[in-house]
Design a protein around this ligand. Sequence first.
Ligand code: NAD
Length: 412
Amino acid sequence: MSETTSGQPAPQPASPGDSVEPVRGLSVVGVVKERANGEARVAVVPEGVATLKAAGLDVIVESGAGEAAWIGDDAYVAAGASVVDSREVTGRSDILLMVGKPDPQLVEELHRSQAVVGLLQPLVDPSLANDLAQRGITAISLDGLPRTLSRAQSMDALSSQASIAGYKAAVLAADTYGRYFPMMITASGTAKPADVLVLGAGVAGLQAMGTARRLGAVVTGYDVRPETKGEVESLGARFLVLTSISSGSGEGGYARALSADEQRAQQEELNAHIARRDIVITTAQVPGRRPPVLVTAQALDQMRPGSVVIDMGASALGGNVEGSLPGQTVRTDRGVVVVGASNLAATMPGAASAAYSHNITALVSYMVVDGSLRIDLADEIQLGVVVTYDGSVVHAATTAALLERSSQGGAL
Ligand code: NAD
């Protein structure tokens, strides 16, 4: 039987329904190589190894985990980690760190009393949480972090990744657009600055606005939450006010889901504003819901040929732009380029991995006491991030998402 570094026998794979032991005595933290298509990030960079070791944890890293982010195995060894193969990292780790969520094969390899930490998207995929709970796996998701708590800010992976993605969206738009972003006065003539509209003024949208401004474009920002006006204007962008919706502010600083009538009214009013822009970047999200459609096929038809639309919400479920496809660039019959940019942070794996590593190692260090993961659901941060524990889904919003899905007849 294989042994953990703490001398304990490696736990055996659990079957759903097995009795569950609480997480205790954890001391080996493993960094997996991401398996999702196009995912070039790694959960922990060599600098993060020191943080984990300072928290009393042994660190093992799957060989090649950092390769796509230009980090070789030797850099992890130099930082004090052991580099192992994939079987060993899943077999020996008490806590597995990842960027995304475990794929079905990795879920099969997990064993009872292990913990997984990543951006698990439990509100989008609550059935994964249910599966992990039944297997006795403790699931911890950085998506649920209470982001307005100042002591949680170093752990805020949603913000760090959204900020990188927003920056890249503006750079990608400039690269795709066949004209200048800034005004250019040359002996060969004068070029007007690009007119950029950013829909959604959360972390990604604000970063896209700031970057487009720095590139010299004229920028307008819009959000359904009127309280974002000041932030948009502080970047030197104009705030677009729509009369069809008074306020779309929801709980916790997020937007609420609009009713079908409100959405229709919003789309109709936005059409005229979209039509005269050179660039539209969409970043609108509502937690746990399908992204709202803000740019309809009709709006795309009214844009000038050569205009560029970057849909940061593009997903298999659909995005903010009608007809956009995740990971693909399409050109409409009218010559508008629509980029389905679903995972832009992964296209900057160096910066994104470094920031994510800072976030995940801060969270793990916070939750580890005397070298072991200590689950405490009375703690505000833990209440937000711990999704499954002791064989149950313990995260209220995920439980609600599971109930909603089962009431709609969906598989859990
Ligand atoms: P998000 O990714 O959930 O959404 C992006 C933006 O889309 C939001 O601003 C949202 O209002 C907007 N949106 C949703 N539906 C829309 C629609 N129909 N039309 C137009 N816009 C729409 O948001 P996020 O970037 O994760 O940030 C959410 C909130 O959390 C913000 O208030 C942000 O300031 C706050 N936040 C606070 C802190 C902090 O206090 N430290 C840190 C991070 C985020």
